[in-house]
Design a protein around this ligand. Structure first.
Ligand code: SAM
Length: 327
């Protein structure tokens, strides 16, 4: 079992498979992109599988594949097949922008991968295309509806952006009215490749909730797992539900069970902190299994207690992008 220095059990790994993305969401990256990693700096599929297997042996039982956009990586399905073979893994899920998932839906189903988070920050086509700086709305919407109707457990992630998509908050709730999905509203975080700096946000989870309450006064709080980052609500008569994720307010650190590994092998013990070590050379060297285990235990034993504490380690400068961290 992996336990951190604040007695929190770490059983959830967010594993990024690439830092590249085919969208250019304006809150995530500058329009020209970031300085993407050279191919030899990325962990290979074999190395990603090995990292997964070692961490499962250490107590990780839930892995979410992220990126960049995971499906940009041509050999992604090989990794999913490999990880699925490990019987110690209870949950394997994916976070995607749903632009490229279409051809893989049948195989995902066959593999039993049912949990898919789709990032969609607008239900209006023009707004979506303005935010993502690409014209992929129709394919995203079609794939989203296909995933839902084919029985995937879909959660939609919507980052609330002042002056950009606030007018879509109520309309996107129509999805959870008609379909059994969860629409989760996230606070914007300062990981945008350095293109925009801020120390406070207008649309925190309380502001989002009160905006929704103006239209739906009788929303009901529903129970969530202890380690959940979202506060979840139901609107009577609606098939799905919605959630608020205080990703900037950071109200959930006390029950954090997560570890992040980037596509370059950086180990991140808190989203708001800098990487604590890199696994790439270790995994390419001798006695990789033991050395990785020791290194991971070491950094997990020195975790910041909250995201606010971890942020101090950046010395005030956030110039990284979520496309390299994985969200
Ligand atoms: N490409 C995949 C996707 O679109 O879901 C996975 C990677 S993406 C970096 C993971 C999540 O990070 C997405 O839901 C995205 O909206 C979110 N994200 C990126 N930049 C963010 C920011 N500045 N604040 C909050 N969330 C952000």
């Amino acid at each position: 079992m992996l336990i951190d220095n604040h007695n929190r059990k770490i059983n959830y790994l967010r594993l990024a498979v690439t830092d590249r993305c085919n969208l250019r969401c304006n809150y995530c990256m500058p329009s020209e992109g970031i300085n993407f990693a050279k191919k030899d700096k990325l962990l290979t599929i074999g190395e990603l599988t090995k990292v997964g297997d070692i961490l499962i042996e250490m107590g990780i039982d839930k892995i979410r594949i992220t990126g960049g956009e995971p499906f940009v990586r041509k050999d992604l399905m090989v990794l999913l097949r490999n990880l699925k073979k490990n019987t110690g893994l209870k949950e394997l899920s994916i976070t995607t922008n749903a632009t490229l998932i279409g051809p893989h839906i049948d195989e995902l189903k066959e593999l039993g991968i049912k949990d898919v988070n789709v990032s969609m920050d607008a239900i209006n086509k023009a707004t979506f295309e303005r935010i993502t700086r690409r014209d992929h709305y129709d394919i995203v919407h079609n794939n989203l509806i296909r995933l839902i109707t084919e029985g995937f457990n879909v959660r939609i992630n919507f980052i609330v952006l002042d002056n950009q998509n606030v007018q879509d908050i109520i309309p996107i709730l129509d999805l959870q009215k008609h379909y059994p999905v969860s629409v989760r509203f996230l606070e914007e975080m300062p990981f945008n490749g350095g293109s925009k700096k801020f120390n406070e946000i207008k649309w925190d989870y309380k502001a989002i909730l009160s905006h929704i309450r103006n239209t739906f006064p009788s929303i009901e709080l529903i129970p969530s797992p202890k380690t959940s980052t979202s506060i979840n609500y139901k609107i009577r008569g609606h098939k799905g539900n919605f959630g608020l994720i205080p990703s900037f307010s950071r109200t959930f650190c006390g029950s954090c069970n997560r570890l992040r590994i980037t596509a370059l092998g950086d180990v991140i013990t808190c989203l708001y902190g800098p990487p604590k070590m890199n696994l790439r050379e270790i995994i390419r060297g001798n006695s990789a299994d033991d050395n990785i285990e020791n290194a991971v235990r070491d950094v997990v034993g020195k975790r910041a207690i909250t995201g606010f504490e971890a942020q101090k380690e950046h010395k005030g400068v956030f110039d990284n992008s979520m496309t390299s961290i994985g969200g």
